[in-house]
Design a protein around this ligand. Sequence first.
Ligand code: NAD
Ligand code: TYD
Length: 336
Amino acid sequence: MRLLVTGGAGFIGSNFVQHRLGSRPEDEVVVLDKMTYAGRRENLDGLPADRFSLVEADICDPEAVRRALDGCDAIVNFAAESHVDRSIEAPGEFITTDVYGTYVLLEAAREAGIRHLQISTDEVYGSIDEGSFTEVSSLDPSSPYAASKAGGDLVVSAFKQTYGADSLIVRASNNYGPQQHPEKLIPLVILNAIHGDPIPVYGDGMQVRNWLFVRDFCTAIETVLERGQAGQVYNVGGPDELPNIEVVRRILDLAGRDESLISYVEDRLGHDVRYSLASEKTEGLGWKAAVSFDQGIERTFNWYRENREWWETLRSGEYREYYLRQYGTELAGPAS
Ligand code: NAD
Ligand code: TYD
């Protein structure tokens, strides 16, 4: 297969491309990515040049998408503005990329008569106090990010319903692992712990997330791409649910730091209290998560410790300005 992987220079997309080119030695991958602050060429270093290429373009540009799609057998769409806090600060780009951009890709896939797999999130369902969301749970997004993803998902479903397009959706819980931008909780805590910076915990830190190691999500995506049915939604949840404060404590332990670094800060607006996904439908296709949180967090911590050059430039650029706007404090502390 030749896949068009949109948003493939970001966190999950680049892990998927690495996984796919390794697991399918005959396959080719074209990544189309706008290279926003979240897209990084380093994430795609070392891939086989005869089976991989990168096109710098916007998914909202129909001509660029059509050109990149030439000869491809499917689109896997990771491209999105992806951070809840940034969506609270400035929602416009989220609606453009996550809704309109998805529509542009769907049109191109329909024209070419190929499959479109939409990568989506549990956040479209909103918050759940008890039990887990299934694929038939209603959509009730809280943040502008979640609403933009829900909008994209509805366009995907409408394309199947209206035009009979070969489009389907996979919705995952919170991912973590190598190459995740430090705006997100786990890499933020790891890097702040390494540097001895205060660790901002929103509200009381008792919000629960259902953590999924990124390589487990990659195998789930592959399973759904190959065995999923058009028009269907597939949930992919991680094996462990933990309150944020517990996640922070585990990372402090790994870093050999004590809890004095924890700094409780003002809560996020519209903060969802708990996410939880039931994955039985995806497991029915033959997928199973293989990595527990204890294993995954140690692998992730070690990756950041050993890949200093990956994050050193990040901490000095746009992220530094964002951090100051978001937290009202400078990133401080030399790396130890
Ligand atoms: P990310 O922010 O790390 O990567 C997004 C990528 O999309 C970047 O490379 C960026 O440059 C690219 N991009 C943004 N706008 C674009 C545009 N207009 N055209 C082309 N490329 C564009 O995000 P991620 O964490 O890797 O998430 C990937 C996908 O998975 C997203 O759709 C997200 O909603 C979904 N998802 C993420 C999580 C998670 O925990 N990170 C969980 C469930 C679902
Ligand atoms: P995040 O990684 O932004 O993912 P999401 O909002 O998509 O779940 O946040 C995970 C959880 O961690 C969420 O409950 C918000 C919380 N959080 C903090 O407490 N402090 C922070 O600095 C960040 C970025 C997140």
